[in-house]
Design a protein around this ligand. Structure first.
Ligand SMILES: [Zn+2]
Ligand SMILES: [Zn+2]
Length: 217
C-alpha cells in the first residue's frame, strides 16, 4: 500500500527509464547502421571504431544536449513539477478528519485507532490514478501521526515525491536505534505526539554516524 503521493515518484522513475532506454536504443542503432542519429549522415569508420555513435563532435554535443544524463534529469524534473502542480487541489478533497466508526489501524505507527476517536483519513479518489495505485483505497492515521509525518518532511527525512509505508516503518526503527529504545515504544511515542525536534536531531546524528562508518550498511 502506498501513500497518496508515492506514485509521482513511480511516474518519474518510469519516465527516466523510458528516456534512458530510448537513448541506448538510438546508440545501438547508430552503431549497427553507421548512421548518425542527429543529422542522418554516415559516421566515419574511425569514430565508429572508437565507440562513437555520432558523425562529428558537433553532433556528439547535440546528442548530449538531447539525450545525455542532464537532459534526461531535466525532463524528469519538469514532469515532476507538472505532476506536483496538479496535486494541492486534490489533497484538499482527500484528507478529512472523521470520527472512527470502528477500530482502525494507523498507517504510520501501526497501532489501533479506537472507535469514537477523531483521526485523519485519506481517501484515494477515482480519477486520481496519476497519484495513487488503487482508487477508493483509504488510509487512516492518528492526528499525532500526521504531525509526525509533517515533521519528517520539515526535517528532510522524507522527500516530497512521497513515501512508502516501509519508509515510515524503517524511520521508526532507526529512531529506536538512535534513542536506544524498542520500536514498540517509539510507535507509542509517535502516536502520543512525543517525537519532537529533540528526538529528530538525535535521529539526524544517528544517520550521520552511519554514513561515517565505512563499509557498514
Ligand atoms: Zn551527425
Ligand atoms: Zn498512529
Amino acid at each position: 500500500m502506498n501513500s497518496g503521493t508515492a506514485s509521482i515518484k513511480q511516474l518519474c522513475d518510469d519516465l527516466r527509464s523510458k528516456l534512458k532506454n530510448e537513448a541506448s536504443e538510438l546508440q545501438r542503432k547508430a552503431r549497427e547502421t553507421g548512421i548518425c542519429p542527429i543529422d542522418g549522415k554516415p559516421i566515419p569508420k574511425q569514430r565508429l571504431s572508437h565507440g562513437s555513435y555520432t558523425c562529428s563532435e558537433d553532433c556528439a554535443m547535440a546528442w548530449y544536449a538531447k539525450y545525455g544524463w542532464t537532459a534526461i534529469e531535466d525532463k524528469v524534473k519538469a514532469r515532476r513539477r507538472e505532476l506536483k502542480e496538479l496535486l494541492p487541489k486534490k489533497e484538499l478533497n482527500e484528507w478529512t478528519k472523521p470520527i472512527a466508526r470502528k477500530d482502525y489501524r494507523c498507517n504510520v505507527c501501526g497501532l489501533p485507532i479506537p472507535k469514537g476517536e477523531k483521526y485523519d483519513k485519506f481517501t484515494c479518489l477515482p480519477g486520481d490514478e496519476y497519484f495513487v495505485d488503487d482508487p477508493y483505497e483509504t488510509i487512516h492515521q492518528h492526528e499525532n501521526c500526521s504531525q509526525f509525518v509533517s515533521l519528517l518532511y520539515d526535517h528532510d527525512f522524507l522527500d516530497f515525491e512521497g513515501y512508502d509505508d516501509d519508509e515510515l516503518d524503517d524511520i521508526q526503527g532507526d529512531l529506536g536505534r538512535a534513542l536506544s529504545m524498542p520500536k514498540d515504544s517509539i510507535r507509542e511515542m509517535v502516536r502520543d505526539g512525543k517525537i519532537g525536534e529533540n528526538e529528530l536531531s538525535k535521529l539526524k546524528e544517528f544517520y550521520k554516524q552511519q554514513e561515517e562508518k565505512p563499509g557498514d550498511d
